[in-house]
Design a protein. Structure first.
Length: 107
């Protein structure tokens, strides 16, 4: 009698965050597994009421496509769009700080 074929699995995490709420789920997936497979298996869309297909994704902070193959230990990250450009936000803070210093008589 032949032995049943062994299915190789990998362990990955799926991460997503909103202000005040975080999602981090570890999963065991059959190989081959893609970024899309991990997102679907994690249930993040259901739990947060989001449409993950509209969000950018990455693996360990590096942009990735949804059909990218995962390796054991990978972390899939879903990225929300920025509300403000970071450069513009820094510039506004600097302008406010320099205006405050000028009002206080400092240079």
């Amino acid at each position: 009698m032949a032995e049943p074929a062994r299915v190789e699995t990998i362990s990955v995490e799926v991460a997503y965050a909103e202000p005040g709420r975080q999602f981090l789920r570890r999963l065991a997936l059959d190989v081959p597994a893609t970024v899309a497979d991990a997102i679907n298996a994690a249930g993040v869309e259901r739990e947060f009421g989001i449409e993950a297909s509209l969000l950018a994704v990455g693996i360990w902070s590096k942009p990735a496509e949804r059909d990218a193959l995962l390796r054991d230990g990978d972390r899939v990250e879903l990225y929300r769009p920025l509300k403000a450009d970071p450069k513009d936000a820094r510039r506004r803070r600097a302008d406010r700080a320099s205006g405050k210093r000028a009002r206080d008589g400092q240079s």
